[in-house]
Design a protein around this ligand. Sequence first.
Ligand SMILES: [Zn+2]
Length: 416
Amino acid sequence: MHFYHGDIVFSKNKKELEIHENSYLAVESGKVFGIYESIPKQYEGAPVTDHGRALIIPPFSDLHVHGGQYAERGTGMDLILSDWLSTYTFPEEAKFSDAEYADRIYKAFVDDMIKNGTFHASFYTTIHGDTAGHLIKFMEDAKMHGFVGKVNMDMNSPDYLTEDTEESLKETEAFLEKHIGGERVKPILTPRFAPTCSRELLYGLGRLAKKYSVGMQTHLVESIWEKAEAVRLFDDCSCDAEIYEKAGLLDNGPSILGHFIFPGEDDIRIAKKYNAITVHCPDATNNIIAGIMPAKMLSDRDIKITLGSDVGAGHGVAVYKQVARAVQLSKLKAFYEPENNGTLTFAEAFYMATKEGGEVFGNLGSFEKGKDFEAIVIDGVEDEGLPLSPANRLERFCYCGDDRNIIARYIAMDHF
Ligand SMILES: [Zn+2]
């Protein structure tokens, strides 16, 4: 048994934080055993890592992020999506055929995630399956949990990133075969989005989904253009989500739907039917993608919502910043469209970033008894002589903090 002492905070449920001030979190065989106000008699003498009154919280999960866009984050942010893609993103992603370049970027990205307390991520890479495999290796080395997808795109893309359909499917199958047995990091099918994928490609990926029992991530109802273009190209479908349903891509899970900003009733119905995980990416919404996810409305309708940095449309790795931004954007949404939208509480947004997100990757995301133990420790957000409650300190960290406030990181603690 090993004890961690501090102010322990995690999501009790979607609406409430659970807070244990000045308490001891017990870990046995890598799992949370319990939380105590003092060390129980029978465990006296057990080792204690004492963090004083610092916050001990679960790490963050990033459900939508582009490994091939790390080097361009914070550049071209004054462009609209289509210009940003053609000017910055597509030329950058093309560089990932070069293993030496890809390794440099992917390694730096993983290091930055760990530094910022993100221990779980669902990554898009680029069309290059070989170098996508290198990202898996870096994540496994860092003991992260994750999904990594080789991107598929065989139309409406620049020549240098347009795949031959058969080749794309072959390379995807090779990628699945090579990585399906991964311990913590698994492959996931990653068609970029319907406008850049032919019917043959999506249905071929659907066959691979069935054969290897793997999930899928894509961009769904991301913009008004994308939503309309998807059903124009797939005219047997009444909505964007139905395209993936018909292709058999939602059957195995996880089905991770990025952005989900403009869902119609049919998209919501299908997302619910397949227990899909939607991803709110607040910074990306501000920077590049016009529109705000109706997060409060979807949450109230029991659609699963997680958070994503969406680097590089999002400019920073820190998921805790997305917690703050999700609350801010819900206020704007409710102000401009009050008929359907309320505002998110801080506790609701924190839940998306930790418990809801963590459970996509395993037995993770909170400190309930039996969860795999992982944590980060937060300190230094109070002003001298002006104490705050643990809940207020957590909120201030998400709004005002940075990686310097993360004073300890516990990942893969199965040796305790
Ligand atoms: Zn994206």
